[in-house]
Design a protein around this ligand. Sequence first.
Ligand code: XMP
Length: 523
Amino acid sequence: MDMANSSEFSTIDAQFYQRADEFFPAHRNLALTYDDLSLATLYSEVLPRDTQLDTTLAEGLNLNIPVISSDMDTVTEASMATAMALNGALGLIHYNMPEKQQLSEVSRVKNHVHGLIQDPIKVWPDQLIGDVLRVIDERRFAFSTFPVVDASGKLLGLLSSHVVKPRYAKRKVGEALTPRSQVHTIPHKELGSNPIARADKFFNDHPGIHKLLVVDADDQLRGLFTMSDIERINQERGAQFKPARDAHFRLICGAAVSATRNAFGELDRERILTHAGALVERGLDVIAVSTAHGHSKGVGQTVKMIRDAFPKLPIIAGNVTSASAVEYLADCGANAIKVGQGPGSICTTRVVAGVGIPQLTALYVTSRAAAKKGVTIIADGGITKSGDIVKALTLAQAVLCGGLFAGSPEAPGQIMEINGKLYKQYRGMGSLAAMKAGSAARYGHATAGASKVAPEGIEALKEASGSIDAVLTQLIGGIQSGMGYLGAANLAQLREKARYIRVSPAGMREAAAHDIVEIKTGN
Ligand code: XMP
């Protein structure tokens, strides 16, 4: 068969499998979401593993994979944002915390030295070994060697795993530690421009030593290298998706802010700009003006204010589901628009307020306005599987996920055990508990009266999952597979080539595993 012909789209196919600009207008009376449609396979010369997933959300904001973690208080703080950036993605630090704390979360990501654990778990000399064992058990640590510090953070020694045993439970840490004089350390300022290579050399030069502590000039503990981390990093050097970094080789990080109002109900201009300025000073790469109703005067004015004060700072704004909202926020100065009202797994906006648009129709409508305005869109909420991401990326430049990441160890909060299963808390930012903790402003309610307002989100649990590395590996595999089926070598081709067809309820059932006795899930 002639190669050129085999890649052409048959006129028969074209009657059934339609381009976005035919398919969505043809379904203008029916709002559609992920499970309502499927993508047609197309002639392919592209192997999944060769597909490129990089995306540009704004000038100066490039991701190596098109995934963002939600600005929610059970999803993204520094360790999630760090893990996302290390995988080539982005995390948006939530704002349900004091502004000062948000600044230090951003700093932790920006100052992250790959391989250096900056805030290692420490123990104190008057603790009992039994207490340490209990903490290891409760918090499920996979390690049992700890730096010992005094109340000011000064290094006193190392508690080695050889002594963290029930036999020594009644002894104090101070009696059992390896003293400071025998602990291997390196001054922070000697780490140089390639800390990994420096630590790697140290472990080569000191056979049998697996931990290297980093201290400052006052002998305050500044971090910890472990040999196994360094070995893993060296193995990962050849990875296809590189960490997402800024021009100074620091990991990228985003943070969300709200349209904060003062006691008189007016936008608190000074507070918003002072905080935005402090975030920029810490090296923030993108600010997200994040609210449930982005097509509103307060959000528009906030975006405009930040745009005027920081002309080069990439701004994400949302959430919206209409073309006019995209135009409005783009005109105010936003670069990337967050799309989604009510699709989230913990959202009840559509139930409570009767408002919102199923996600794929919302993405189509907004994507067409965004293209005209030269801005990008981010598909926010409702994504439960990699196939949803592929569908979202046929219209949007990136996806934003909460629930998919909330069960991982990098999400804030402790693991809890219920009937032998492990869970983590996951709650909507419009839930009563989150609003009480401060996000009421985002939903247009006053914090003080949170118990009197109608919540638009629920409190839930997610089953504990693997690490973000493991979760993203699965998701990326799925995205690449989808691109391979469509013959799309990169995300622009995916958007260009996608052909859609509506799926019946029976078709939807057919798509998932069925008529079998499941003995092992995909996870
Ligand atoms: P997923 O489906 O990824 O959704 O868990 C995460 C997204 O949901 C939005 N969000 C909310 N929406 N009420 C809502 O209507 C809420 O309480 C709420 N909390 C978060 C948000 O856009 C997030 O990224």
